[in-house]
Write a new protein. Structure first.
Length: 147
């Protein structure tokens, strides 16, 4: 039981700190509503003439999630690379399971459209390739007559 006493003390300190922060915020925070001037955007002394831009699209956050997921995977691969001979088949199976979970997360994010940054653009065939006949037709000449 003595081994769990530091853990219990840390838990009590965490709860006291969190609750103390909420209590101090409630006591010390101003209780009046801010004026329009206080909540207006302000930068470098210039009053904005246009509305601020819209928020980032959700796709931005999905790309950030992809980065974090693969960043964490790389961090966890370093210890495996250091001791992979000592872990044997067990270590290989665990790393494959971890990699499968990360790959499943990537597939989920791709299915949610994480890498689709805008509306789908379909390419249409424009002007056909330039030949001497098509150039003569464009300027109004007779395509059958050679120059």
């Amino acid at each position: 039981m003595d081994q769990y006493l530091p853990l219990l003390g840390l838990l009590v300190l965490g709860v006291l700190f969190a609750s103390g922060s909420f209590v101090a915020s409630a006591w010390l925070a101003p209780h009046k509503r801010p004026t329009d001037a206080k909540v207006a955007p302000y930068e470098c002394g210039i009053v904005p003439l246009v509305a601020p831009p819209q928020r980032f699209p959700v796709r931005f956050y999905l790309v950030a999630m992809i980065f974090v997921i693969f960043d964490i995977e790389v961090v966890f691969m370093y210890p495996f690379a250091v001791v992979f001979r000592q872990l044997g088949l067990f270590g290989l199976v665990e790393v494959l399971a971890f990699s499968a979970a990360v790959f499943a997360a990537l597939l989920f994010l791709l299915s949610e459209g994480a890498l689709s940054w805008g509306p789908v653009k379909h390419l249409t065939r424009g002007v056909p390739g330039r030949t001497s006949d098509s150039t003569i037709v464009r300027i109004g000449g007779d395509p059958g007559r050679a120059a």
